[in-house]
Design a protein. Structure first.
Length: 749
């Protein structure tokens, strides 16, 4: 069976194996689909119906999955992992839109997917000055006038649709016309049939062969039913008294059912749950009452996350839900998703996140790699250790067998030579027997569980040999992330020094009220080799402090001084949005052309390509793919290339891990760990902060490495709260524990 979804720039083609037997179960939280193939083609049109057309579309497209098995167990929590560009978002969309044949139409699927947002400001709290947030219009005047709370409840429950049906039925039943209820129920039935017709038509278009024939017959039958239901304006004298009586009763029954859905107690329960979720995601009571069109990009994403969590669903899909959350929201979401397991009919969860600490809530891994799906019961570190151990075991086994095989082949050669020379049939038979063993019974000698190999149990079916070949997994191409060594300073001194810096916004002219203090008496010095982490909830002033450090903002009082020869590299949390805007403004702009223009002749093209390649943007990716077509992770690398070609002494990184996959985050953490320059890191990613700043890395003798290089490093973690900055003696763990206490209080409300 084949399913197709088209857009203006791409087409998703999904196929899977189907059975003629009815194997659908009542539990829609489960999926079991064999032979899954997903291809993304550049053509917007649909492929032709013939095999040749399908083959051509498949060959010209990008294969995401080939003969994969999609298996989801009810109530399980899966972490979908894979490198940037492997097709994770495409797979999630195919599941959510039911493009994959075999997903029951009755399955309720809720999807939160990454969205391109240009006005994100994740460090602005709802309580902050409204002038800092740029209002973003929402489509539809009615939707724009709703408050945040009303919008969440409406989107999650479709409450307005139910209320509209109630009004239509009530008007018909309460009318003086005796056929008013009949016309109302018929109009409602016809409207529902028209909506269902779309799904029946979709099934007829997407199915082929016998199933397609049956679906097209069902479509014709349902089209007749829709035509018959369009009898709203039937003359009154043609409607019998029995019909009026039966359909009036049907209208009353339907009205009663609809009124149960908007029963005050149920509405109050939904509203209470929505408030709890919004509070956990950082919304204040006052902000819940504001119009939804006043939300900035980051807060719109939090609203969408709240809608996904509030909906009744069978499969919940969250694609990078932590991108716009602070640590309070991340820990709250982590615990909330964990608490869903204690409820009846807990939804199946598919989670994508670069935050390794966050995905520990998942019990299973769904690994998208080499156009296939593999499963692992356990967390990511356990899987990595297991894969490493298995590879080492297979390598040792193969090396041992290769030596044994060489010895046997030598003995076969000797026996054949001696047997032919002396006409010794025993040696010839022995040589043939050993050769047969090499040809048919050479390979794995243990089962998948590590026990003794048994042919009839461990190798069922038809095979060319009686043993499986020892297949050692090849080494993956490592994620490239190389930081250039900084230039010499020539004379010592702090790179950046902040002394008693205080910052507040200017007094408002209209109200003449003094703006609150954002930062109060900040003292900070950054020296060569330092690793400084800055933690704080949204609105604590982290972005303002960063702007002071990079001289984008001047302190109201105090001083910020820098080393005379300082070269600074600043990665802004809005960097990806800025690059996307540049890509839209100039569709021909590539990473290579942009960087060549920026270096202004200081580097030749070969050196520019070297900088891009060291960060994972090699060859044609840098020169041929327009900036607007690059993924979020590739744009992060592009922005880092703009910073690193100058060989800076200090890197200030504000939420740099957003848009990156976990392997790239790991490579960046390793690169920052031993870099000779200074790093000031602002991030909500606990795992990344621990490794890059505190050097708490698994299986690492970090202090010995540091002593060998002889580079003095200070590793400091600070907390910003209400404009005051204090040092955390226990680092990230201390901040995490303090936030966890607040989360416990929120969950107990």
């Amino acid at each position: 069976m084949t399913s197709i979804a088209s857009e203006s720039v791409a087409t998703i083609l999904c196929t899977s194996k189907q059975t003629r037997f009815n194997i659908q179960t009542a539990d829609y939280r489960e999926l079991d689909i064999d032979g899954l193939n997903i291809t993304v083609t550049s053509s917007a049109g649909k492929p032709s119906g013939g095999a040749k057309g399908k083959s051509k579309a498949r060959s010209e497209g990008t294969e995401i999955l080939v003969d994969a098995k999609l298996r989801l167990k009810a109530g399980q929590r899966y972490a979908l992992v894979g490198r940037n560009g492997s097709g994770k978002s495409t797979l999630l969309r195919a599941i959510a839109e039911k493009l994959i044949p075999g997903i029951p139409e009755a399955t309720r699927i809720s999807l939160l997917q990454q969205t391109s947002i240009s006005d994100t400001d994740s460090d602005v709290r709802p309580e902050d000055d409204d002038s800092i947030t740029t209002p973003t219009p929402v489509d539809g005047s009615a939707q724009s006038s709703r408050t945040v709370l009303e919008h969440v409840i409406e989107q999650a429950t479709a409450r307005s649709d139910v209320e509209q049906e109630i009004r239509a039925l009530s008007d018909g039943i309460n009318s003086t016309d005796s056929v008013g209820p009949v016309r109302a129920i018929r109009a409602l039935r016809h409207e529902r049939n028209q909506k269902h017709l779309f799904q029946v038509d979709k099934n007829a278009r997407l199915r082929s062969r016998d199933r397609g024939l049956a679906a097209r017959k069902a479509l014709k039958a349902f089209e007749k039913k829709v035509a018959e239901s369009h009898r709203v304006n039937q003359p009154q004298d043609e409607i019998s008294a029995e019909t009026i009586k039966s359909e009036t009763q049907e209208a009353l029954d339907m009205l009663a059912d609809l009124q149960l859905q908007v029963e005050p107690s149920k509405v109050a329960e939904t509203e209470s749950k929505a408030k709890r979720i919004l509070t956990g995601l950082g919304f204040s009571e006052a902000y819940m009452s504001k119009p939804v069109n006043s939300l900035s990009g980051g807060w719109r994403m939090r609203t969408a996350l709240c809608i996904s969590l509030l909906q009744e669903t069978d499969i919940l899909i969250l694609d990078e839900p932590t991108n716009f959350l602070d640590l309070l929201g991340i820990i709250w979401l982590q615990r909330y998703l964990g608490s869903l397991q204690d409820t009846d009919e807990a939804p199946t969860l598919i989670l994508v996140s670069h935050d390794r600490d966050f995905i520990t809530i998942c019990s299973d891994l769904l690994i998208l790699k080499e156009k296939g799906l593999t499963y692992f019961h356990g967390d990511l570190p356990t899987h990595e250790a297991s894969q490493s151990e298995r590879k080492l075991w297979l390598t040792k086994m193969k090396d041992a067998q290769d030596k044994q095989k060489a010895h046997i082949q030598q003995s076969i050669s000797n026996n054949m030579k001696a047997g032919k020379a002396n006409d010794d049939q025993n040696k010839l038979r022995q040589a043939k027997s050993r050769q047969k063993k090499l040809d048919e019974r050479w390979g794995l000698t243990v089962s998948a569980k590590g026990g003794r190999f048994k042919l009839n149990r461990d190798l069922v079916g038809h095979h060319f040999t009686a043993r499986e070949e020892i297949d050692v997994p090849p080494d993956e191409r490592p994620v490239s992330f190389v930081l250039p060594e900084p230039l010499d300073l020539r004379f010592p001194g702090p790179l950046i020094s902040v002394e008693n810096a205080t910052f507040r916004y200017p007094t408002k002219v209209k109200t003449k009220l003094a703006a609150p203090t954002v930062l109060q008496d900040i003292n900070l010095s950054v020296h060569m080799g330092d690793r400084i982490g800055i933690l704080g909830l949204n609105g604590a002033g982290k972005s303002t402090l960063v702007k002071l450090l990079v001289d984008e903002t001047k302190p109201t009082s105090g001083a910020v001084t820098t080393h005379p020869r300082l070269k600074l590299g600043y990665y802004s949390q809005h960097a990806v949005d800025v690059l996307q805007e540049q890509g839209r403004a100039d569709p021909s702009l590539t990473a290579l052309s942009m960087l060549i223009e920026e270096v202004a002749g200081e580097l030749d093209e070969g050196q520019v390509r070297g900088v891009l390649g060291s960060l994972g943007l090699p060859g044609r990716v840098a020169s041929d793919i327009p900036l607007g077509k690059l993924s979020g992770g590739q744009l992060v690398r592009c922005e880092l290339a703009r910073l690193l070609w100058r060989r800076p002494h200090c890197l200030i990184l504000d939420e740099v891990t957003t848009h990156l996959d976990y392997e790239t985050v790991t490579a960046m953490r390793e690169a920052l760990r031993d870099w000779e320059g200074a790093v000031v890191l602002v991030s909500h990613d606990r795992w990344f902060m621990r490794g890059a700043v505190e050097r708490l890395i698994e299986d690492s003798d970090s202090e010995e490495d540091e002593d060998e290089k002889g580079i003095p490093r200070r590793r400091l973690v600070y907390k910003l709260r209400q404009g005051n900055m204090t040092r955390l003696e226990n680092g990230v763990t201390e901040f995490e524990e303090s936030v966890a206490k607040r989360v416990t209080k929120l969950l107990s409300l």
